[in-house]
Design a protein around this ligand. Structure first.
Ligand code: PEP
Length: 250
């Protein structure tokens, strides 16, 4: 199954208008015809990107409501108006620091799809859960919370496997560990829609950098990456975008 790779940058609460310009200039010089690239900066910077780099923009979260008295929140439509076509949903930092439940994550993802945004749903286990051999159980629950009642959303989603112990730690999952979990995710999703499970893009996230990305991208079920720290360095991020187009699988 040939899936067009996707590389997504998660700037978190970092970056600047100057970095937006630098990233645009760097990516504009790359042949990006064989890879989709999306940059998710802080929402205030979305409109600071000129539309010239051959890449898409995304939000880092969104409201579960479409409008109203929700101070500080941003709706899917507002993100879209600011230039986003993707949005990260259920990042572990939001699940942990902002107490986002599986039910809230599901409501947010529903809002995103309804507004025409492509959600990047993040799932992943903590170190303790991995040690207790609960990785598959945790991920199945995170997936079921979204897709059990609305399997049709799968076709419109991207899923990022982000083991919490690998995010921002410098300790990436090994390609074998990541592949094993990606294969599990695809197999689990097949119960909802076998065809969608084959076409859905599965990104790996967690300390991806220019040095470790090629081995990850060689894995059959890894279709790209969600990149945090390394996405703040345009030259390194560019290397990751190019690496995924080399050595096509299958
Ligand atoms: C992330 O926050 O989504 C992430 C993968 O971060 P890092 O690449 O820095 O581990």
């Amino acid at each position: 199954m040939q899936r067009t790779p996707l590389i997504a940058a998660n700037w978190k609460m970092n970056g600047s208008a100057a970095l937006a310009e630098q990233m645009t200039a760097t990516l504009a010089g790359l042949p990006l015809d064989k890879v989709s690239v999306v940059v998710c900066p802080p929402a205030t910077l979305l409109a600071r990107f000129s539309n010239k780099g051959g890449f898409a923009l995304g939000g880092q979260t969104l409201s579960h409501e479409s409008s109203g008295a929700y101070t500080g929140e941003i709706s899917a439509e507002l993100l879209q108006e600011a230039g986003a076509s993707y949005v990260i949903v259920g990042h572990s930092e939001r699940r942990t620091l902002n107490f986002e439940s599986d039910a809230l994550v599901a409501a947010k993802l529903t809002q995103a799809v309804a507004a025409g945004l492509t959600p990047i749903l993040c799932v992943g286990e903590s170190l303790q859960q991995r040690r207790q051999e609960k990785t598959q159980q945790v991920i199945a629950q995170q997936l079921d919370a979204v897709y059990a009642s609305q399997p049709e959303l799968l076709l419109k989603s991207v899923i990022a496997y982000e083991p919490i112990w690998a995010i921002g730690t410098g300790e990436s999952a090994t390609p074998q560990q990541a592949q094993a979990t990606h294969a599990f995710i695809r197999q689990h999703l097949a119960q909802y829609d076998a065809q969608a499970a084959e076409t859905v893009k599965l990104l790996y996230g967690g300390s991806v950098n220019a040095d470790n990305c090629a081995a990850l991208f060689q894995q059959a079920d890894i279709d790209g990456a969600l990149v945090g720290g390394a996405s703040l360095k345009p030259a390194e991020f560019a290397q990751i975008c190019l690496a995924v187009t080399k050595g096509a699988k299958e």
